[in-house]
Design a protein around this ligand. Sequence first.
Ligand SMILES: [Zn+2]
Length: 270
Amino acid sequence: MKVALRDDDTCYFTAPETLERVYAGIWERIPVCLATVPFAIGYPRAGIPEAHWHDGEAFALERNTALVPALRDLAAKRRVTIALHGYTHQDFSNGFEFQAAPDLPRRVAEGRAYLERTLGRRISIFVPPHNALSREGLAAVSRAGLNLLGSFLSFHPRHRRWEPRTPLNWWRIRQYRAQTGRGRADHFVYPHVLRYGHHAEFGCHSVIPGTTVDELTRGFEEARRAGGHFCLATHYWEVDETLKNVIVRVLDHAARYADVRFVAAEELFA
Ligand SMILES: [Zn+2]
């Protein structure tokens, strides 16, 4: 059983010391997949100075001259891997970036090339900003051959371009829902990789303020019973001591099993 950890929103606004505070003691045990924004445009959230919430300026990652060498060093030590997390992560009036931006294929291609060049690492995973992805967004990511780590993507054929695997994977999701006694509205994370023609997808368990060790270990145990895998997803900018402790305790729980391997998120798709 593979266990992985994803962290979203590393970008120009990220201080390397913040990542260090959150992941010291963790990334020695498990590589953290940093879903990184190449050209961040601010929006209202903790950790982004209010002056940039609405100014629309795009900040290339390399303008943070402390962060880029820190990320290169962390990646060389295998403490982090790098995924693509949108292009600017900006919010549009009619939706989030990968629902509303007009030029999604360009954003995927240029964002990926920029991160690969700037950080010297190959990118194989895309994480949609706010976990929101339109049909067009999904098509752009799939055409680029990037795998998707989501948190609550829809697998319904209505939300996807048709390809032979779409109905088959939808059927698998429905089977799983029925086997676990869930109704249509019940939330769950499907614990297996879903493969499509040009990409694969895997769902993560969100760790946000208020998430408990109990909920997560229940999710882990369910994935385990199903013969699946398990990935946590969080945002470093909302991880305080309490939440860090939640992550550590869930990892401790998983580590008790001899067949559990802590892996980089990229390995979930291997
Ligand atoms: Zn994000």
